[in-house]
Design a binder for this molecule. Structure first.
Ligand SMILES: [Zn+2]
Length: 312
């Protein structure tokens, strides 16, 4: 045993507090990292922080605060949540805004290789140029899900996704680039960050199951198109949803509980155990009952541990 394992897990977009659905993923990969370390591997666990995004800009506008300050605030709260939950195996949190030159370099290389093009609104990845697009999700070109991506009349194909968004007048945050002022698309930050620390190929990529399409397909397309090397990742791991009454917990459905609210009533290990009682890919039907059961299991484990301690 031994050797190095590089893990990347998609991190949070820091515009609000993390809800317990997100946190399930981070607890799962904390345990993956612990397990690999216990098996004698040296693990490098990298997570990105999406600190520039439409959601951040919109929320900041609503609250009339500076978007960068908003992002820092929720990043700090996210890290506090992780600490409270014993999620402590991430070696490096990489902010998108601190990797702008790497992002620009990757987009330039995609353009030079004919995979990306510029229009008046931004720079886009030309999906039709990457023949294997969809190989992770097995979605065909016709799948309606492929076209949820924002419509834009300047794009060549409907499914082409944004690499660089050109600045519109009213927006405050932007960086200089060969395509004028603007900011990066969401997918490109991950591959720019993983390429920086791991190179074009690495071992494990994790995230919640709803990131497979289009986010992880876009990552594969970007990185493999840039490097000409495949596969980008040897092992994909996707965590199942945390459902409430059969529905995925999400901000848009308004049925979420933040981890902060939960920890007011329940101790962190109760939630940790509840999450880890199911296989990481299996959906969890979350309820008070599940937490209560987990609390009782935790009590039994603790009794057993203290009984053993007394006998030693
Ligand atoms: Zn990601």
């Amino acid at each position: 045993m031994g050797g190095r394992i590089n893990i990347f897990v998609c991190g949070p977009t820091v515009y609000d507090d993390a809800h317990i659905g997100h946190v399930r993923t981070y607890i799962a990969f904390d345990v993956v990292a612990r397990y690999l370390k216990a098996r004698g591997y040296s693990v490098f666990y990298l997570q990105n922080i999406t600190d520039i995004d439409d959601k951040i800009i919109d929320r900041a506008k609503k609250l009339e605060v500076d978007p960068a300050a908003l992002a820092r605030k929720f990043e700090r709260r996210y890290l506090e949540d992780m600490k409270a939950l014993g999620v402590e195996n991430v070696n490096l949190y990489a902010r998108a805004t601190e990797h702008i030159p790497e992002i620009i370099s990757q987009i330039e290389r995609l353009m030079a290789r004919g995979f990306a093009y510029e229009t008046e609104s931004g720079v886009y990845f030309d999906e039709s140029k990457f023949e294997e697009f969809g190989k992770l999700s097995h979605k065909s070109m016709e799948d309606p899900d492929r076209h949820r991506i924002e419509p834009d009349p300047t794009k060549r194909n409907r499914g082409d996704f944004t690499l660089w968004k050109k600045r519109r007048n009213e927006e405050g945050i932007s960086w200089q680039s060969p395509w004028g002022e603007g900011r990066p698309g969401w997918h490109i930050e991950d591959t720019a960050i993983t390429e920086t620390y791991f190179g074009p190929q690495y071992d494990i990529h994790g995230g919640a199951i709803d990131l497979i399409f289009p986010h992880h397909e876009a990552e594969i397309a970007q990185m493999e198109a840039v490097s000409g090397k495949a596969p980008m990742v040897s092992c994909w791991m996707h965590t199942g949803f945390l459902n409430v009454k059969g529905e995925k917990m999400s901000k848009s459905l308004g049925n979420f509980i933040t981890i902060r609210e939960l920890l007011k009533t329940w101790e962190p290990d109760v939630f940790r155990l509840a999450v880890l009682s199911a296989h990481y890919r299996t959906p969890i039907d979350f309820s008070e009952g599940v937490l209560d059961q987990s609390r009782r299991s935790l009590e039994r484990i603790r009794k057993l541990v203290s009984a053993i301690d007394t006998r030693l």
